[in-house]
Design a protein around this ligand. Structure first.
Ligand code: ADP
Ligand code: MG
Length: 538
């Protein structure tokens, strides 16, 4: 850029830098944000469609999940990238509502565009949007319904709503029952839940109906030695985080070997040490050993001779979940093992699952970690199933933690919209217009649900609004019947937090984008890894 100063031009930006300012910058940014929202619109709701994404390596992903779609799309525009961030945050925090958050942000910006055209200053719009978002959270809290973590029927409905419209929907009864059971199992007495304690394994093969929940752990490993038993009943389990092998001394010592017997004696000594280690383990009474590090040939030999089932080089997360599933404590030195460190399981066995051997630790007494093995005819099926199950696990865990739900199907958006309109009238001034634009923006959710179901969006919105004005605050869109019904009765329910998070992050992103009136992009330089030297390839 350049500036005139006393007739002399002063250039402060590097050559090649592009700059967009004012209205033009705003228009560009809003257009980019709307484009991202438009890209995921058709996937929203129980009648939403899937997308097939093919990357530059020819890898295919078929999905209905907003966050996954945006992640797989190679998005470049900086503002579009901010929209992708909303989906990512939403996914990380609550696991669901990603498409809704992005669509809402797009709509809020579209409505802001109208206000900008009426010469309302962006900061006024931003302030109105912030006020509206705050008020929305208050209204949502007011319509939320309390749920007890023991209400499994309600938790199952939350899971079902999360996977409706996804490929997994046809099996929702089976899958959601498992999801609720899994979360209930891994919930700690103080009410904390970490879905990391549900160990999800994908195995292509079989049918979706073969998906199972194991009350214990499934480890993608084989036993260390073929001489070991394939199956151990009433297993006493040792979890060890130290190598069962001869450790070469840290200080390098020079050993002078002059005769062949000395070599043997030297090797014997190593073997003696490992033998002693194995003996100590055998003496603990353990019948199954899971080791996070290596187990060398000699140790394998002695353990298998003692009839012990052992596996080595387990992942840290698997070790932790094994501890939760079996009640064992992970020990880090062999000398410190006490009987109370051992865990138990009714059955430990190595079984084949679709060509590969896996270790099943099942029939655990009170497992605080469980495993879900996802099956299906192809990789795409299994992967989309995994995403759906992840969403379901997340929403159920969110409800167990937060204990609040709201009806779905556009019911909360219409209710918040109506109450916001009333609130706007009390605010007055130009800010009122912004709050009204926000209220109108929320209608995009029921409108899109209707559109995707092939229903007339205007008729549907009018009908739901009328129901709410008559005091039926839980009425949302029944996409099959094409009319408003009580969503609580028909079991379309979502965690409160999915809605609050979606509204606040959509509002935040919209405000952030609105405040930008100057986009300065430096000229792209070829990085150290990219680009070609002048003259190109020789
Ligand atoms: P998101 O990524 O935003 O979760 P979805 O495609 O999962 O997108 O759609 C979520 C929307 O669909 C929510 O507004 C939810 O209330 C609604 N919904 C889910 N199941 C039903 C149903 N059976 N009937 C009506 N609306 C539903
Ligand atoms: Mg969803």
């Amino acid at each position: 850029m350049s500036q005139q100063l006393g007739g002399q031009q002063i250039i402060i930006l590097r050559q090649g830098t592009t700059r967009n300012r004012g209205q033009e910058a705003q228009n560009n940014n809003i257009t980019a944000a709307k484009a991202v929202a438009a890209a995921v619109r058709s996937t929203l709701g129980p009648k939403g469609m899937d997308k097939m994404l093919i990357d530059n390596m020819g890898e295919i992903v078929i999905t209905n999940d907003g966050a996954t779609i945006l992640q797989e799309m190679d998005i470049e525009h900086p503002v579009a990238k901010m929209m992708v961030e909303i989906a990512k945050t939403q996914d990380k925090e609550v696991g669901d509502g990603t498409t809704s958050a992005v669509i809402l942000a797009g709509e809020l910006l579209k409505n802001a565009e109208n206000l900008l055209e009426q010469r309302i200053h962006p900061t006024v719009i931003a302030e109105g949007y912030q006020k509206a978002a705050e008020k929305s959270l208050e209204i949502l809290n007011g319509i939320a319904v309390a749920v007890k973590p023991g209400d499994h029927a309600m938790l199952k409905r939350v899971a079902e709503t999360a996977i409706s419209g996804k490929g997994a929907e046809a099996y929702k009864d089976l899958l959601c029952t498992m999801v609720v059971q899994a979360i209930t199992r891994v919930t700690d007495p103080d009410g904390t839940v970490d879905i990391g304690h549900v160990n999800v394994q994908k195995k292509v093969g079989g049918a979706v109906e073969d998906t199972v929940l194991i009350e214990g752990m499934v480890v993608d490993k084989e036993r260390a030695h073929p001489g070991m038993p394939k199956e151990v009943k009433n297993a006493k389990i040792l979890l060890i985080n130290a190598a069962l092998e001869y450790k070469k001394t840290e200080v390098s010592a020079k050993i002078n070997i002059t005769r062949p017997e000395q070599v043997q004696a030297f090797l014997d000594e190593d073997e003696q040490m490992v033998h002693a280690m194995a003996d100590k383990i055998i003496k603990t009474g353990a019948t199954v050993v899971f080791c996070q590090k290596g187990i060398d040939d000699v140790a394998q030999h002695y353990l298998s001779k003692a009839g012990i089932f052992a596996a080595r080089r387990l992942k840290k997360s698997d070790m932790e979940n094994l501890a939760r599933a079996t009640g064992a404590t992970i020990v880090s030195t062999i000398d410190a093992i006490t009987p109370s460190d051992l865990g138990s399981a009714g059955l430990v066995e190595e079984k084949k699952l679709s060509e590969s051997d896996m270790i099943f630790v099942s029939k655990c007494k009170n497992p605080k970690a469980v495993s879900l093995i996802i099956r299906g005819g192809s990789e795409h099926v299994v992967e989309e199933l995994e995403r759906a199950i992840h969403d379901a696990l997340m929403v159920v865990s969110v409800v167990v933690k937060e204990k609040k739900i709201v009806p779905g199907g556009g019911a909360p958006e219409i209710e918040v919209s109506l109450q916001l309109h009333r609130y706007a009238a009390t605010v007055g001034g130009r800010i009122q217009l912004a709050i009204e634009a926000f209220a109108k923006g929320l209608e995009i959710i029921p409108r899109t649900l209707a559109e995707n179901a092939g229903l007339d969006p205007i008729d549907m919105i009018v009908a739901i609004r009328a129901a709410h004005e008559a005091g039926n605050r839980t009425f949302g869109l029944d996409v099959i019947a094409g009319k408003p019904v009580d969503m609580l009765k028909s079991g379309v329910v979502e965690p409160l937090k999915v809605k609050t998070q979606a509204i606040s992050s959509a509002a935040e992103a919209a405000v952030m984008i609105l405040r930008i009136d100057d986009v300065i992009a430096s000229a792209r330089t070829a990085g150290p890894s990219g680009g070609m030297p002048p003259g190109g390839m020789g």
